[in-house]
Design a protein around this ligand. Structure first.
Ligand code: SF4
Length: 351
């Protein structure tokens, strides 16, 4: 069975990945074991914790699958004030459980970008030990540079699909080339950059899925976030199921193959895994993922930040989620990683 797997460095073509993405039975169990072993060898057993604050559900875009798309009247729109964001960051730091704070929101270029710059500076001054990740979509390189100077360490910007035509059908507001250009700008600036994709978007083929994994490898991302496409009835794609709906193992095959092709990337067990499977994030951590991202959004706001239905942790608060992650890792026998959990590929520039 060991010969079934090419060395990680040889997974460079669709033809290398497709047999793994089709594995079943004993081969599938071997794939999961191999992904877990590669994760252990390159990332260790300790799990970096990134607390995420969904600080705004206001978005100017209309991505066809997204529950907070501009055209959806259902969510009550909110935008946390700078004081509220900084107070939440202080609470995250006070728990001592997370080495990184992720600020995520919809894509709203404009005056809010200056406000975000100020928020980054305030958080960095108040809790200098926390690494700061931002995830608010496409921006000009100059804006990324300003945020980097204000204290941003990392940026998450999933490309969602590597197929330009499928990307164009799902994203009326930008092209794949523009999205990838933003990722190149971030890497050129020396910001730790994270890409990623959805698994099973309507129109996706197994070949596109393989290409998604290979694109992550080509970019050599510091972080890679992936998760299943879950149809949201409040969106134009609401009646279109995940293309792998009859094959629930597919999301775990994808994360295992992603790990083999990207051995030293930080790969989170994203929340959407829990939406599909009981303890889905635990399973992801045993099949290639190495990072956990508990929700630290203030409890009352969570119900209005639902990109997909059935999102877990809606009724909890930040303290509940911090306790939950500790219990999960104890059950898995995995310690919390100390420190900010920076990229395993390169050190950030000296302050
Ligand atoms: S996926 Fe992101 S950019 Fe697209 S509508 Fe949703 S929040 Fe906005």
């Amino acid at each position: 069975m060991e010969n079934y797997f090419p060395p990680c460095g040889k997974l460079v073509r669709r033809a290398d990945l497709l047999p793994l993405l089709r594995a079943t039975g004993a081969e599938l169990r071997a794939l999961y074991a191999r992904a877990d072993a590669v994760r252990r060898a390159h990332c260790g057993d300790a799990v970096p914790i990134r607390a995420i604050i969904e600080f705004s559900n206001v978005c100017a875009n209309d991505c066809l699958y997204c529950g907070i798309r501009a055209s959806n009247p259902a969510p009550k729109r909110y935008r946390m004030t700078p004081d509220e964001i900084v107070a939440s960051a202080r609470q995250v730091a006070a728990t001592g459980a997370a080495g990184t704070l992720v600020l995520q929101g919809g894509e709203t270029p404009g005056p809010g970008d200056d406000e975000l710059e100020g928020v980054l500076r305030r958080i960095k001054a108040a809790v200098p030990g926390l690494a700061l990740t931002l995830s608010v979509g496409n921006r000009p390189r100059a804006t990324y540079a300003r945020w980097q100077a204000a204290g941003m360490d990392r940026y998450l910007l999933r490309f969602e699909t590597s197929d330009p035509d499928l990307f164009a059908r799902l994203h009326p507001d930008c092209t794949l080339a523009e999205r990838l250009g933003c990722l190149r700008d971030l890497q050129a600036l020396g910001v730790q950059a994270g890409g990623g994709f959805m698994i099973g978007l309507p129109g996706e083929t197994m070949e596109i899925l393989a290409d998604n994994i290979l694109l992550c490898r080509e970019f050599d991302f510091d972080m890679i976030g992936i998760g299943p496409y879950i149809p949201n009835p409040e969106t134009p794609l609401g009646d279109q199921p995940n293309v792998y709906a009859g094959d629930p193992d597919m999301v775990f095959r994808a994360i295992a193959v992603l790990r083999l092709a990207n051995p030293d990337a930080h790969i989170p067990a994203t929340t959407a895994f829990d939406a599909l499977f009981p303890d889905g994030r635990n399973l992801a951590l045993q099949r290639g993922a190495n990072v956990f991202m508990p929700n630290a959004t203030p409890g009352p706001l969570r119900k209005d930040y639902q990109l997909y239905p059935g999102k877990p942790c809606i009724d909890e608060d930040a303290a509940d989620c911090a306790r939950c992650v500790q219990a999960r890792l104890r059950a898995l026998g995995r310690p919390v990683a100390p420190g900010p959990g920076h990229s395993l590929k390169h050190k950030p520039p000296a302050p």
